[in-house]
Design a protein around this ligand. Sequence first.
Ligand code: G3P
Ligand code: CA
Length: 341
Amino acid sequence: MAFANRSVLIYGVLFMALTVSHGATAQKLVIAHRGASAYLPEHTMEAKAMAYAMGADYVEQDVVMTRDNQLIVLHDITLERTTDVARQFPGRARADGSYYVVDFTLAEIRQLKVNEGVSTRSGERQPVYSQRFPLDKSAFRINTLSEEIELVQGLNRSTGKDVGIYPEVKSPAFHRTEGKDLSRALLEMLKSYGYVSKQDKVFVQTFEFEELKIIHDELQPALGIELNLVQLMGDDEAYEWMLNAQGMTELARYADGIGPEKAMIIPQDAASTDLSVTNLVALAHANGLKVHPYTFRADPGQVPGYAADFESMLRLFYFEAGVDGLFTDFPDRVVNFLQGE
Ligand code: G3P
Ligand code: CA
């Protein structure tokens, strides 16, 4: 919302416009956000296999490095939100109370039990999404990036499909302060698994523009690869300079796409009767950039008031705002929606 008010034009779109028929659904991408994370604990192999089976076009991996330089798939650079690290490794937290992945070896991390994401804000350990997979049931583990790539590539072979991967370089500047070049390790691994060109089904994403430049200008040339790169954007001042013609043109020197927070396209408080859509998609498309906003959830309270329901929200983004793909915790719902259009 701050973004919409600051920098970008807003167009009114009447809902009447939604009755137009839609053509190119086949090109619209479904990106499984941390797997089928609405149904199974995020980033587990189970969640990834489920997302694949639901028909996602791409399966997302957030990538973090361990103390012994192994790449694992985890959203946070810390372990306490999604594992039982505090119970298994008391005394290993830093002064801020968090248990950092970079302080643990892969062998230690393998011992952790993964749970649905929790919040401790209320003083109690509670699931962030109350209707999702129950806490502390069954047995889930953290997997490595190589295991996950082999899962997707193995399923591609056994099903004959060609599902892509969508790894995020997570907090690269933090990793550099810890003496770790996360991007280089990720790109080397991708190359070893055959991801070398823009024709290969991979998007490499990061929130950090300085890292995107390093990847584009230094690491990829050094490795002799050229992948699709995506600049993620939060709805805050750090990304403001990108949100005009000059900034987007500069960004397009390094990126093939953008991944904005979805409120940067339709403000969270937009009116349902006269929808406000920013010009971000048009600006990106004018510079040859794909647009993949995040994150689309159908949980109670997660559909903004301007949309009647989850599917109406999808229709607005895919066919009114014109995005090329989107990140969702509910890949089945989005696949079904696109098949019905
Ligand atoms: O990477 C795009 C999407 O995943 C949003 O970011 O915070 O969930 O990794 P995050
Ligand atoms: Ca991500």
